[in-house]
Design a protein around this ligand. Sequence first.
Ligand SMILES: NC(=O)c1ccc[n+]([C@@H]2O[C@H](COP(=O)([O-])OP(=O)(O)OC[C@H]3O[C@@H](n4cnc5c(N)ncnc54)[C@H](OP(=O)(O)O)[C@@H]3O)[C@@H](O)[C@H]2O)c1
Length: 317
Amino acid sequence: MVRVAVAGGSGQVAREVIDALVASKKHCITILSRTDAPMAITAPGTNWQTVDYSDKKTLVEALQGVHTLLSFVQPLSDPEQRSQKNLIDAAICAGVKRFAPSEYGSAGIARMPWWQGKDRIREYLKEVNSEANVLEYTLFQPGLFLDYLAFPYMTAKYLDPLQTVFDFENRRAMVVEGHEDAIMTLTTVADLAEVVALAVEYSGRWPTTSGIRGNRLTFSQILKIGARIRGHAFAVEKVNIEDLEAGHLKTSWRLEAVHQAASDHDASNLLQAVSIGILLSSSKGAWDSSDEVNQLFPDYEFTQAEDFLSKVWSGKP
Ligand SMILES: NC(=O)c1ccc[n+]([C@@H]2O[C@H](COP(=O)([O-])OP(=O)(O)OC[C@H]3O[C@@H](n4cnc5c(N)ncnc54)[C@H](OP(=O)(O)O)[C@@H]3O)[C@@H](O)[C@H]2O)c1
């Protein structure tokens, strides 16, 4: 049994992972949060510790005896990534064995300004380990949550539905002209949680990148699945690279549901940036996750997109 600390453990993705860690009954779990524990979200089998990410001394104290530290700190809320940098420094001081920063997304980050904080942390982890290996770490990269193709329906316990460029509800999609074969990795958040729990149990050294390929599909394949499940072909709006590069999204519809971490003020800019960013980055291969986790746990059976989406959309208008 090892001690696992979960920073940002009150968040949506973290809570999915915490449930999987609790279910394994193999760890002693501490949730780190900036606020006192609300009774409603203290999972049984966990304890809660209030921390101040600007106070390294108390962070080091909180991390004493911790073997594995998983961070789910919202990168959008901390543009300079001070919280995660301080967490990394404190983890090194406290002798934490291994660390996973708040990734859980795409392999590439370029063209996605809302995720630039992840790049800062990737660089910081390289920097602290440049002279000697002081902190083992891995970047968990499951691609886009498959659950989002069920929008507006909720398919996980805590993860809110979010709109994407694949709009199964209205049978429509945005695609980059000439990049219909761009790859999108799609993994359910439940599978992410299960494989992160397996990785925490795993006693070997973590690879620096932990690509997770729940489903590796081209845009065209996703649209074919959509047509089969939703009864007819999607209305596909083709956008061209030059317009996207210039910051223009020439489509007849827009994303409307914003992640809860975005402020109302940022919402419409963020929604436009997300559509453009996902389309542009996918055309450059950013969502083609590697498969280190599939190789580490070859017996793990990932939820298949067509099975999952067939169930979700069965009987839905
Ligand atoms: N691949 C995908 O499709 C996908 C989708 C969603 C999210 N993600 C990724 O998953 C990770 C978690 O996302 P999420 O949506 O679960 O996050 P979230 O719920 O918005 O936030 C997670 C936690 O971060 C903490 N936090 C917020 N601002 C902070 C700050 N300045 N300093 C320290 N802690 C702060 C909060 O905990 P306390 O208030 O308790 O301290 C919050 O509960 C992110 O890296 C995100 O990019 C990936």
